[in-house]
Ligand binder design. Structure first.
Ligand code: NA7
Length: 498
């Protein structure tokens, strides 16, 4: 089998992997890398770039962060067509960004990494691709994203269903839904986007709800062409719009993190939205959440409630108790026929990396090391795993603003680490265990009073209620925290070869 080598290997070509590849190109001279992307290999399992935006292709898929904030600072876009961009426009944007920044030679598309093992004697990561090819790299950067592994529900009899079973993140366009009876399991962010377009084409849609979600109005709509032109002509306008969005969204972190009681005012707004859109009292009651708003991700939708009120849609409150070859049993045991089952059941958010993939020195499995509750230093470095950096690692998720702001802050931090390695000819860099410990003790302390711990079950939390996913603060706070590299928090080995 062929063996190749690069200074840096990146796992994943979604937003974070590409942002990293772009930063490496921009900093290439300072890092001793060729300017043409040489020295960097980006491994991506899918045949195209885009990450979560390439695989989530279900009807209605869109972002719930406003477009002008859901774009990279290094790749501004003036002509977003809608206040909240839909998946095809975001995917096009990602592809354009890669092209405009020349990211291409470093891409290994359709080439997943089956395993990455640290070879301490050689000071190299040894990667084996899904095709069995070997690759070595001095530094490994995981950019696999927090929501990349679909969560498949353990519903009795699910394997016995005779029709197609689709997960929202593994959509198959070949499965026809027009005129069919569709069962949708789950009522989270993906489901509320999927239900309206599905209800328009399905003969009947049964929606299995386990927990009603809090939903705010989305206020989506097209951005007028003259506004797009003005933003292109006067970049300051676009920047002002972005900053205004960022400030207003970040201000919410105060309520999420420090004053959960303030969320009551937001609950009233959501209840008003529900009252306006759902006239039927019994249905309204079934759709009224019983937990503090913000504890699970707050959803935004203008067309979800109206879709549920359509005559061909039935809300099956209480969830699905079993699946049989030709239908789904509701909470009360009644069987409802279905031709297709759609699982809108989310992701393995607290375990984004499976076991058996990344092994540090001494064959230590990173996923096992993480156990049920992953932790890292600034969500980026893990004690005991030299020359490994993570993007969108533990506690970097953000419920109230754009994850891309966090990603760019992490990319800047990793670039600083790489620059240090280059300048001081370092063989290895690893975060110190006590620095990681100290950082996480502080983090968990701050997480204690947040709305996420106010008593609901969500994908943010582990089964025992710990929070390994979210950053308890503002995007500005994360940026400040990661802006200056504290070298004393790391141990290094000098004497780099090559
Ligand atoms: P989410 O937000 O995790 O939602 C998953 C939904 O599926 C949620 O309503 C769950 O109910 C439901 N679910 C999960 N397992 C089951 C079983 N076994 N039976 C019935 N219902 C179930 O995932 P999404 O894909 O919607 O969104 C994920 C993120 O992607 C989103 O926040 C954005 O950041 C993008 P529960 O509430 O757990 O009772």
């Amino acid at each position: 089998m062929a063996e190749t080598h690069s200074e840096i290997a990146i796992l994943g070509a979604g937003f974070s992997g590409l942002a990293m590849a772009i930063a490496l190109r921009r900093a290439a001279p300072a890092l001793g890398l060729p300017a043409d992307g040489g020295g960097v290999a980006v491994f991506e399992r899918e045949p195209r770039v885009g990450g979560t935006w390439a695989v989530n292709r279900y009807p209605g898929c869109a972002c719930d962060v406003p477009s002008h904030l859901y774009s990279l600072a290094v790749a501004p876009k003036a002509d977003w067509s809608r206040a909240y961009a839909a998946q095809p426009e975001i995917l096009r944007y990602i592809e354009d960004v890669a092209r405009q920044h020349g990211v291409g030679p470093e891409l290994r598309l359709g080439c997943g990494v089956a395993s990455a093992r640290y070879d301490a004697a050689a000071g190299r990561w040894r990667l084996r691709s899904d095709h069995g090819d070997e690759h070595t790299a001095r530094v490994l950067i995981s950019a696999v994203g927090g929501l990349s592994r679909p969560k498949l529900p353990k519903i009795a009899g699910i394997d016995s269903f005779e029709g197609p079973v689709l997960h929202t993140a593994r959509w198959d366009d070949a499965v026809a839904l027009e005129g069919r009876r569709v069962a949708v399991i789950g009522t989270g962010a993906s489901a509320i986007q999927l239900v309206p377009p599905l209800a328009r084409v399905a003969r009947h849609l049964d929606l299995y709800q386990r927990t009603p979600a809090w939903i705010l109005p989305r206020h989506d709509g097209p951005i007028a062409p003259w506004v797009q032109r003005a933003m292109a002509r006067w970049p300051l306008l676009r920047r002002l719009r972005r900053e205004a969005l960022r400030w207003s969204m970040d201000a919410r972190s105060l309520a999420f993190v420090h004053m959960p009681w303030l969320m009551r005012a937001v609950e009233l707004q959501a209840l008003r939205h529900l009252r306006r859109q759902v006239p039927d009292l019994a249905l309204r009651r079934a759709l009224t959440p019983q937990y503090r708003i913000g504890c699970k991700r707050i959803l935004v939708a203008d067309d979800y409630y109206p879709a549920i009120c359509q005559p061909n849609v039935t809300l099956r409150d209480g969830g699905a108790s079993a699946i049989e070859p030709h239908g789904v049993r509701d909470h009360d045991g009644a069987l409802h026929p279905a031709d297709v089952v759609v699982l809108a059941t989310g992701f393995e958010a607290t375990k984004p990396l499976p076991e058996g993939v990344v092994f540090g020195p001494g064959e230590r499995d990173l996923a096992r090391h993480f156990g049920d509750c992953p932790r890292a230093y600034l969500g980026t470095a893990v004690a005991g795993f030299p020359n490994l950096f993570m993007l969108v690692g533990p506690n970097t998720g953000i419920g109230h603003s754009s994850l891309l702001l966090i990603i760019e802050a992490q990319v800047a931090l990793v670039t600083q680490l790489l620059r240090w390695m280059h300048d001081d000819r370092l063989r290895t860099v690893a975060v110190r265990a006590d620095a990681e410990e100290h950082y996480n003790a502080d983090l968990q302390q701050r997480l204690q009073r947040t709305v996420w711990g106010s008593g609901c079950q969500s994908w943010y939390l582990t089964a025992d209620g710990r929070n390994p996913t979210l950053w308890p603060g503002s995007t500005y706070g994360f940026e400040r925290m990661t802006a200056t590299l504290r070298r004393s928090d790391f141990t290094v080995e000098t004497g780099r070869d090559g």
